[in-house]
Design a binder for this molecule. Structure first.
Ligand code: MOS
Length: 720
């Protein structure tokens, strides 16, 4: 027996000081192994075959010649695949998307629908055979076109009510001194994490083990157990390192296909998605068409607000991109109407993608606020501050902190906003027209029940076990700092193990809730362990382990409107003769709870803001009406912001600890994106005098809508 003391605190807390990633060395040296890197003996490789038609039925699949190809072990399709059960509710409270229940029938609802899995000894053999597999279809007419006008758009609740409605909108609009009535569109966008989806499934002594790249082992266990009618205790999912997720890494066709093949062959089977397959099978952000109507007094006080959004979903599953939700938190008005509707088409099912709802919704709403500021002749920041609500506009709940004003004040000071000439098209730098823009940001701040175990080891170190996922956010490092503080030891004595469902149920890395939810559980277990050690408990060779479960504590949280907030600023340069838009600098100031690791937190904020550049200027998945499939479903055809597009970006924060969280955390994963595209679009208007209401603001759109008046013709001298 050894004794370990945690003692009284002698140094400053670890949280709040920058720390490099605890697994950083492993990642840069290649020692960190991702899902598809981990070797298994007897490993077989599955390759998915996806439909080439957008609607119809499978008539026949010529498996015989393919089964004779070198190395081929089996072909699974709707005729021979194991049956799965889709009659359940997922951990997230939704119905499962039947897209992941592969090979259950002969119907094809979109291009890229999984129709078969070819399994072979090597990935090359599997791919060769999969590409040789001939599938005969009975093709039916399809429709992939999305418009906001569609008569069959219908309200869908998703994770919030579809419709909220107070006051007489038309009357308030009619009585308003200034009215904005505009439509905005955003395109289909794809997550494109660096690491493609990959899973290896195997049966091990009656247990199903899946080594996977996902955002939550607990989540994937729950789905696989339901689909295959297994006891969740007999399923283990491991996911040690994850190269990005952004909402796309839940349960998907490849894990299910791998489990089926491992069951049939009684061998480990790995299935990875190609980049191109990810465009069909990893989910995506629906395009949106949004209509905003604002009515205000001459002093800019909102009297009427309407935000209606239509998004797209598949014919097999209703997923709503709830873009109108952001208006329910940001601004109040006597008449306040919001609605999220969807239309169903012959396309893949969209899913959560970083700041689902808030990202496109804030583009429309915050651009409309800028249009209202112009109409009222009021500074855009002043307009927002005049409309700061003192309680949740729709919920009526008190805010658990709303430090938006502080973000704008600090942001405006640092960005140099006070010097801005509000008139558009006044500044020039050679061939470039210059402009600046701003927008507000918000994102829900929540916590979900999780369990954790903390062990005091006999050698004086501590081991934390929690089924968290670090999808690149730095969660593992943040939890190391949180545990060190709760134990009152230095972080080098703490080892955090994550990504294993055997550690017990825990929240997913999603909804900007991961680190907060896990930190809560880790703090609870570590705190109790520290108390036990303070009593002088001796440590046996196996250590002392304390477990926590935050279900009761989180269930007892008071009802409040819980959000993070932020102020986004952008400066752009526009060349109206080539249509090129360049972001020159960005600043985001956030009120997003206590910041645990400033280094990785800054990475999260800046990463979100870069997504904003990408969303504003580059990203757009284009569907070909005739085939129903994508044009250029790869990183050559689908443009994301690259280094050359990313200018000086600064992100900072104001003090904003959450008083109801044991660590003070709110959550930072998504808010960096919210409002970023609007700030850029507003800056483009300020540069050119032209409102671009459809994203992305690509050169062809700038060229199609060149300002009629030559700008800065009064000498072109930049004023600032
Ligand atoms: Mo995120 S869209 O909550 O993974």
């Amino acid at each position: 027996m050894t004794t370990v003391t945690t003692g009284t605190r002698t140094s400053t807390p670890s949280a709040g000081t920058p720390h490099t990633r605890v697994e950083g060395r492993d990642k840069v040296t290649g020692a960190a192994r991702y899902a598809a890197d981990i070797p298994f003996t007897e490993l077989a490789h599955g390759w998915l075959v996806l439909s080439t038609i957008a609607r119809g039925r499978i008539r026949a699949i010529d498996t015989v010649p393919v089964l004779a190809m070198p190395g081929v072990l089996t072909v699974l399709d709707h005729r021979n695949a194991p049956r799965v059960d889709t009659d359940y509710t997922t951990l997230l409270g939704t119905r499962p998307d039947p897209t992941c229940a592969v090979f259950q029938h002969d119907r094809v609802p979109h291009v890229g629908w999984p129709v078969a899995l070819v399994v072979a000894e090597t990935p090359e053999q599997a791919r060769e055979a999969a590409e040789a597999l001939v599938v005969h279809y009975e093709q039916q007419p399809h429709d992939v076109e999305f418009t906001g006008e569609h008569p069959d758009a219908h309200p869908v609740d998703g994770h919030m009510p579809a419709v909220t409605d107070k006051g007489d909108l038309e009357a308030r609009l009619a009585a308003s001194a200034a009215v904005v009535d505009v439509e905005y569109t955003t395109p289909e966008e794809h997550h494109n994490p660096m690491e493609p989806h990959a899973a290896t499934a195997r049966w091990d002594g009656g247990r199903l083990e899946v080594v996977d790249s996902n955002q939550g082992a607990t989540w994937v266990v729950g789905e696989l157990a339901n689909l295959f009618s297994l006891d969740p205790a007999s399923v283990r999912v491991r996911s040690e390192h994850v190269g990005g997720g952004f909402g796309s890494k839940g349960v998907r066709a490849h894990q299910v296909a791998a489990v089926m093949a491992a069951t049939v062959l009684q061998r480990p089977v790995r299935v990875v998605l190609t980049r191109r397959q990810m465009f069909s099978l990893a989910g995506y952000r629906s395009p949106t068409a949004q209509r905003i109507r604002l009515g205000a007094d001459a002093d800019g006080r909102l009297r009427a607000l309407e935000h209606r959004s239509v998004s797209l979903t598949s014919t097999v599953h209703e997923f709503v991109e709830p873009s109108a939700g952001v208006a329910r938190v940001m601004y109040d008005a006597d008449a306040h109407h919001t609605a999220n509707r969807v239309v169903r088409r012959d396309v893949p099912t969209p899913t959560w993608m970083r700041a689902p709802g808030e990202a496109p919704g804030s583009f429309a709403l915050e651009a409309a606020l800028d249009e209202l500021a112009e109409k009222c002749g009021i500074d855009p920041i002043e307009l927002r501050l005049r409309n700061e609500p003192d309680k949740g506009p729709v919920s009526g709940l008190p805010f658990a902190g709303r430090n938006l004003r502080a973000c704008f004040v600090e942001g405006a000071r640092r960005f140099g906003w006070a010097d801005r000439d509000p008139r558009p098209g006044r500044r020039r730098d050679g061939r470039w027209l210059l402009g600046t823009g701003t927008a507000a940001a918000s994102f829900p701040a929540g916590a979900a029940p999780s369990t954790a175990a903390v062990t005091a080891e006999a050698d004086g170190t501590f081991t934390v076990r929690i089924a968290a996922a670090d999808i690149g956010t730095g969660a593992r490092t943040a939890l190391t700092l949180v545990a060190a503080d709760a134990l009152n030891v230095t972080p080098d004595r703490v080892r955090v193990r994550i990504g294993d469902s055997d550690f017990g149920p825990a929240m997913i890395a999603g909804g900007s809730m991961g680190t907060r939810s896990w930190a809560w559980a880790v703090t609870a277990a570590a705190g109790e362990l520290r108390e036990r050690l303070a009593l002088g408990a001796g440590i046996p060779p196996e250590g002392i382990t304390v477990r926590s479960d935050t279900t009761a504590a989180i269930g007892a949280l008071a009802q409040k409107e819980r959000h993070s907030f932020g102020a986004q600023f952008a400066e752009v340069a526009v060349d109206v003769s080539t249509g090129e838009v360049r972001v020159r600098r960005m600043l985001g100031v956030f009120a997003a709870g206590r910041i645990i690791n400033p280094l990785t937190a800054r990475g999260q904020f800046v990463g979100g803001m870069i997504w904003g550049i990408s969303m504003a200027l580059h990203e757009e998945a284009v569907r070909d009406r005739a085939s129903g499939g994508h044009v250029g479903a790869d990183l050559a055809g689908y443009h994301v912001a690259t280094h050359a597009d990313v200018p000086l970006i600064e992100a900072d924060w104001v003090e904003d600890p959450d008083p109801d969280d044991p660590v003070g955390i709110k959550g930072i994963g998504e808010i960096g994106l919210v409002g970023a595209a609007a700030a850029i679009a507003n800056a483009v208007w300020h540069a050119t005098g032209v409102r671009h209401r459809s994203l992305p603001i690509r050169p062809s759109r700038v060229l199609a809508d060149v300002p009629r008046e030559p700008h800065a013709s009064d000498g072109g001298a930049p004023h600032a």
